[in-house]
Design a protein around this ligand. Sequence first.
Ligand code: ADP
Ligand code: MG
Length: 238
Amino acid sequence: MGKIQLKQVTKKFGDVQVIPPLDLTIEDGEFAVFVGPSGCGKSTLLRMIAGLEDLTSGSIEIDDADATATPPAKRGLAMVFQSYALYPHMSVRKNIAFPLRMAKMDKAEQDRRITAAASALNLTDYLDRRPGQLSGGQRQRVAIGRAIVREPSAFLFDEPLSNLDAALRVGMRLEICEMHERLKTTMIYVTHDQVEAMTMADKIVVLQAGVIEQVGSPLELYHAPRNLFVAGFIGSPK
Ligand code: ADP
Ligand code: MG
């Protein structure tokens, strides 16, 4: 399960309201992309869903239960950070196992999950290496592996590919989409890249200055942008 609902969520930093009241539902299993220019509030929204940032007001429900005050580790969500968030002194295996060791999971179950994640991500031959001995794409896979082993009800990605070069980005996009096909787990993916949004999303959420300008499938946004901002941003002909 992985339905996520934001109800009248707002966020202020000091006196500055970066998110006015916002309602949004992400259905279980959906691949949702938050897209919008830098500074529009994408990361803030994602961090509030993850529980890493308090709401100023409003509520968040996960699978129809109020999770507004639930600590991040208890939300059943996994945030995927950029590859540089790996521990350089630990092997790939230990990096992937880290959240499981923290949770004091049974060793045999840890091994089962690590083997499955490594196999799904083509990392089986690299488990004993350190992050410094891997390519950028492999490091990004390790960061994803660390999220997969927790078997979360949703994955939250914040511009996970922005450190990679263009060719690698295209490959990783495909891998993340394949992972969604395989796992059928809810994914929320933040990017400022329109092409990424259009090629990956079931549902695109277009944001400007903390306001949702439009929510729809890539085709809906392309053929029926609600306003000039959406049209301009998505690159459709309106
Ligand atoms: P995005 O991820 O879309 O680039 P952010 O969510 O990071 O945007 O930021 C939205 C707005 O909130 C920006 O104006 C940013 O400067 C501001 N902001 C983000 N985090 C903080 C913070 N911790 N303190 C003050 N202002 C912040
Ligand atoms: Mg951001």
